[in-house]
Write a protein that binds this ligand. Structure first.
Ligand code: ZN
Ligand code: ZN
Length: 94
């Protein structure tokens, strides 16, 4: 279990991220946490290092799906909350 307050972020920022009232700057800070690195690495392993939409193996990014409140589960993502996408497919999804 991740302790959101033990990720080296400003506690105010953590509250924004937990309550879903974050700004793009908060989200960028989130992406630098150890927690996100773990979620990211696990997603890349699961996908076999391929874009889950087109199979490309380059410029991969890990995307929070917007369906079913995935953005509301920052710090406690479920496996299916994230998808591995290449930058091209990612642009289409966001
Ligand atoms: Zn792709
Ligand atoms: Zn995305």
């Amino acid at each position: 279990m991740t302790d959101p307050f033990a990720q080296g972020l400003d506690p105010k920022r953590v509250l924004c991220l937990i309550t879903g009232r974050w700004t793009p700057a908060d989200y960028r800070a989130y992406q630098k946490t150890k927690h996100w690195q773990r979620v990211r690495d696990a997603a890349l392993r699961r996908s076999g290092g391929e874009c889950e939409a087109c199979g490309r193996k380059t410029r991969l990014q890990v995307h929070h799906k917007k369906l079913k409140g995935a953005y509301k589960r920052l710090f406690r993502e479920r496996e299916k909350d994230v998808a591995v996408l290449c930058s091209r497919c990612h642009k289409r999804m966001d």
